[in-house]
Ligand binder design. Structure first.
Ligand code: ATP
Ligand code: MG
Length: 402
């Protein structure tokens, strides 16, 4: 015998009423995508459950991939057994031996009979299965409160399923069920984590990166590409838009007083991101800001910078401390890339002191000297886009995520 199935649970989805069909088919599609390197794997759905059929593929390797799929709450390797009492008890015994190779430990049986045509009721079947396992594994004890192994038997229309363990999934919602957002992706630690957390809530992302050659070099650009590749493991294919930003930064540096340079730079970034978002039909912008982390992320700064767009700005890290963000970055596999020491466009030209309480009025007054729309349009016209495909980066260690 061998586990040939993985039973997938997606609790939050079942709350979604009429959207449920869409959510389920997206989830199934994303699971297929994540398991694309296992050619024999098939998926199927029935009554609020999804199954991955292994057809000989390695259960452990498939499980590792499943852990990264948003929308999966938990999953269990399962035996699929035809509906006879003998088959079910034999399967249950095999699964118990697999779960407790030493043969000793505590367990509890839960039988659920969904299929009322099956002749033995849940309660009786509980006793039948429990008794059989106990007779065949001498060192086992029953513990209904804190069992080491919870042996679950689900008797359904098409078959009975036996599971012994439940693996926690990534949670969240399937990517592609919440619309599209534009992620402002720097080479830093924060924005990739912000992208990951946005993906977790079901959005698809495109990424925008501001690049200022020759002050920022090709390696800095490559680094951002590599970071975006890591994100494809969670979000599927990602378009990365690289915006030439040198001209704008040079103009700002010439025209704007030192202490407003940073604020005005940010306002330009946001304007460009907003125009691109509208063009690409993204309904919001995600960034890696965390309240009070640096001068540009005070509430006053956000108020002043945010003025240039009406698009919702999602800030998944807004309440996080840097150390929490770093933990995430390590777990999702972006940290080592982010700390590579290449110049970011935000650090060139910028004076040591920036205003922590910039005002909208002053920003507007200073910007008056700049041909804002032309500058934005030129930047948009100069964009180059890289198409990043799922599976180009190595597998992260999902265990660390939880
Ligand atoms: P990060 O680690 O993401 O760079 P940070 O703490 O260094 O964040 P800032 O450099 O002030 O903070 O940037 C704040 C946010 O602005 C970033 O999280 C990112 O979303 C966006 N951003 C900054 N620089 C760029 C860039 N060159 N291209 C695209 N977005 C950027
Ligand atoms: Mg940064």
């Amino acid at each position: 015998m061998n586990y040939e199935h993985i039973l997938i649970r997606y609790a939050e989805l079942s709350l979604k009423g009429k959207n449920r069909k869409k959510f389920e088919s997206k989830l199934e599609q994303n699971i297929k995508q994540a398991l694309i390197t296992f050619p024999n794997v098939k998926t199927n759905r029935s009554f609020g459950r999804m199954f991955v059929e292994l057809h000989g593929e390695d259960e452990k390797a498939v499980s590792e991939k499943l852990k990264g799929v948003f929308g999966v709450y938990s999953f269990s390797p399962a035996l699929k057994l035809s509906l006879t009492e003998t088959n079910i008890v034999d399967g249950a015994l095999w699964a118990m031996k697999d779960a407790l190779p030493s043969g000793s430990g505590s367990f509890k049986v839960t039988v659920r009979r969904v299929n009322k045509d099956f002749p033995i009721g849940s309660q009786d079947m509980n006793k039948v299965v429990g008794g059989y396992v106990l007779r065949n594994m001498q060192d086992l004890t029953v513990d209904v409160h804190q069992p080491e192994v919870e042996l679950k038997v689900e008797i359904r229309q098409e078959a009975a399923y036996v599971t012994c363990k439940s693996v926690r999934g990534a949670g969240g919602l399937p990517v592609g069920t919440s619309g599209k957002v534009m992620l402002m992706l720097s080479g830093g630690i924060d924005s990739p984590v912000a992208g990951y957390l946005a993906l977790k809530r079901g959005v698809t992302i495109e990424a925008i990166h501001f690049h200022s050659p020759p002050y920022t070099n090709d390696r800095a650009r490559q680094k951002v590409e590599d970071i975006a590749k890591v994100l494809t493991q969670y979000g599927g294919d990602i378009k990365l838009h690289i915006v030439p930003f040198t001209d704008i930064q040079t103009k700002i540096h010439k025209q704007i007083p030192d202490n407003y340079e940073m604020t005005v730079t940010r306002r330009f970034m946001l304007r460009i991101a907003a125009v691109l978002a509208e063009e690409r039909k993204a309904k919001g912008i995600v960034n890696g800001e965390s309240l009070g982390q640096v001068a540009s992320q005070t509430l006053e700064s956000m108020y002043t910078i945010n003025e240039v767009t009406n698009l919702p700005i999602l800030r998944p890290l807004i309440t996080m401390d840097k150390l929490e963000v770093i933990d995430y970055a390590k777990a999702i596999g972006t940290y080592d890339l982010s700390i590579l020491p290449y110049e970011d466009c935000c650090t060139i030209f910028l004076p040591a002191e920036s205003k922590t309480r910039p005002t909208r009025e002053k920003s507007e007054r200073y910007e008056h000297w700049l041909a804002i729309d032309d500058m934005v349009q030129q930047a948009i016209d100069g964009i180059t886009t890289v198409d990043l495909k799922l599976g180009e980066a190595s597998q992260p260690d999902f265990e660390q995520l939880f």
